[in-house]
Design a protein around this ligand. Structure first.
Ligand code: ADP
Ligand code: MG
Length: 559
């Protein structure tokens, strides 16, 4: 399969005409905000949308609500909505703005209980779900659970923090229980994640949901990998494996794992796994999964068109599922752009946020490189902010510990690179700061998606300087699409060309070093350094002159 060719065509971000600015007419703003409000209801605080309904829809909805009200009266508790026909499905989809396309699309589920009647959901699995606090499916779950339980390939795009993990774990567990009944064994479920941190998180979720079920789940940690390599663990011991691509491929090449029986292959953060850094490895995995009954799923909050093309080539009879706008930011997040003039201005902006009480921990701060992340860490250390830094140069154990401490609230401010941009679920993050403008719309959506998760609200501030005039454009587009306010003049930025877009992605913007050291101190430091350098040179010269003096009997001082 020539997925390299498809990939090289470049992505495009869907543009929306919905623009909300400070100067928009109040009526326009209000109606747009209404739209936004409907889209954010991932966790079903409202039953059905009142938005732009036809008379027929209203009538149908009235009937459905009446039936529900009747049952509610009888049982004194809200009934689990059951979707029994296309009309009900259409209304439900409209309420959460789902766009589902493909052949023979199954009806969505209205409740987890719905899965019992329709798919004979394992009772223990349902208990595990409820014990974990999951009582109602989110829209992505309502739609994708039936699709995958019907063994269909799915390409799913839903906002950050909207419950995609359960959307692929629940059907995987259920299907493997069914597969066990047919006396199948060995590795049959594979979940691929671009980072170890995300793999760990998925593993924990999977463990929770498969508790007391006859399934063995593993994450390919260093120790498990070496046990598999040394045959201390048999290669068919586990039913489900969660891994990053490289580690998995390494084991397969060493014949420590066999993917030929895999029945369910899930790519989380699929667009990342199909970008140029991972493509070769992902392709290798696909080649190794030779089971003709293989079901494939791709999940992400951003699916550029080139990844869709790849998906169409590698999947069969796929159902395409989009919740909300494709590649839009999570609507629970308040987005803000702050112009800082220059690099020094960024530190001032952070201190201003602290002064104004907007810097409410836990806070995540993203930077474009390890060097810059380290530099900011050293700057903020003196602000007594209880800060730490995470990046690829830190060991796996260090990274894991920092994440744990951040989750527990022992670290308030976590500075990081894009290593934490994808998938990580920090439930309570209040604020994400893009200290450096991210290099694509997708990177922006994922970074800010670390806040506003699981139905909570969040805030994202992106700091930019005059160096960012090009890089800021894709961010403005995402903000437009999400209905966020931004400065009027940003609307007049010229459209960026494909080349410019590629250049932003390829190269990091050159920025001045991060430092708050006042100019006078810097000047003094420079003077001192100059003096030391000069004195060294003098010494060298003197030594040289001595030699010359010895030879020529002359003794001039060059300085
Ligand atoms: P995504 O992968 O879409 O970014 P996650 O799967 O990480 O989002 O889920 C985000 C948060 O929502 C997690 O804390 C998760 O526990 C929670 N969550 C997921 N599904 C439900 C549900 N049905 N009800 C309540 N909370 C949920
Ligand atoms: Mg996720």
């Amino acid at each position: 399969m020539d997925i390299f060719r498809v990939l090289s065509r470049g992505a495009s971000l869907k543009k929306s005409k919905d623009i909300v600015t400070d100067y928009a007419l109040p009526s326009v703003k209000q109606s747009l905000n209404k739209d936004v409000e409907k889209e954010i209801d991932f966790f079903r605080t409202k039953k059905f949308s009142n938005l732009a309904k036809s008379e027929q829809d209203s009538q149908k909805e009235e009937e459905i609500n009446q039936t529900h009200a009747k049952i509610e009266d009888e049982h004194n508790e809200p009934p689990p909505p059951k979707i029994t026909n296309e009309d009900e499905a259409r209304l439900l989809r409209k309420s959460y703005r789902a766009n589902v396309t493909g052949n023979d699309i199954p009806l969505p589920i209205g409740s987890f209980e719905d899965l019992i009647s329709r798919f004979k959901l394992d009772q223990q699995l349902l208990t595990n779900l409820i014990d974990s606090g999951f009582t109602e499916p989110t829209p992505i779950q309502s739609e994708s659970l039936p699709i995958t339980l019907f063994d269909r390939d799915v390409l799913a795009c839903a906002p950050t923090g909207s419950g995609k993990t359960l959307a692929f774990i629940i059907p995987l567990i259920q299907q493997l229980i069914n597969s066990n009944k047919q006396k199948n064994s060995g590795l049959r479920g594979l979940i691929i994640s671009p980072t170890k941190e995300l793999a760990q998180q998925i593993y924990e979720e999977c463990n929770k949901l498969s508790s007391k079920l006859p399934l063995k789940v593993a994450i390919l940690s260093k120790s498990i990998s070496s046990k598999l390599k040394n045959k201390i663990i048999k290669k068919d011991k586990y039913d489900i494996i969660i891994s990053t691509p490289l580690r998995l491929i390494d084991l397969v090449k060493n014949e420590a794992l066999d993917l030929s029986k895999v029945e369910h292959l899930i790519f989380d953060e699929a667009d990342k796994l199909f970008d140029k850094n991972f493509l070769e490895q992902t392709d290798d995995i696909l080649t190794q999964c030779k089971n003709p009954r293989l079901r494939k799923s791709m999940f992400s909050a951003t699916i550029p068109s080139n990844v869709e093309e790849i998906a169409n080539q590698i999947m069969q009879n796929t159902i395409r599922l989009i919740i909300g706008h494709k590649e839009a930011a999570n609507q629970q997040i308040e987005q803000k752009l702050t112009f800082c003039g220059n690099e020094e201005g960024k530190l001032i902006a952070i201190r201003q946020l602290i002064q104004e009480g907007e810097f409410k921990p836990p806070v995540l701060i993203f930077l474009q490189s390890i060097t810059r992340a380290k530099a900011l860490f050293h700057e903020l250390l003196y602000d007594r902010l209880n800060v730490d830094v995470i990046h690829a140069e830190r060991t796996q154990i260090q990274r894991q510990k920092i994440i744990e401490r951040f989750r527990k609230g022992e670290i308030w401010v976590l500075i990081c690179t894009d290593v934490l941009a994808r998938g990580i679920d920090f439930k309570g993050v209040n604020l994400v700061i893009n200290y450096d403008v991210p290099n694509s719309a997708q990177a922006y959506v994922h970074r800010i998606g670390r806040t506003g998760r699981g139905g909570r609200e969040g805030k994202a501030v992106t700091l930019y300087t005059k160096e960012d005039s090009i890089a800021i454009k894709p961010i403005v587009n995402v903000m437009k699409q999400s209905g966020s306010n931004y400065d009027e003049w940003l609307d007049n930025l010229t459209k960026i060309t494909k080349n410019e877009k590629q250049n932003i992605k390829k190269g990091q913007i050159k920025r001045k070093d991060i430092s708050t050291v006042p100019k006078v101190v810097k000047q003094k430091r420079k003077q001192r350094e100059d003096m030391i350098r000069a004195s060294k040179r003098r010494k060298q010269l003197t030594n040289g002159e001595e030699g010359e003096t010895n030879n020529n009997d002359s003794g001039s001082d060059s300085e």
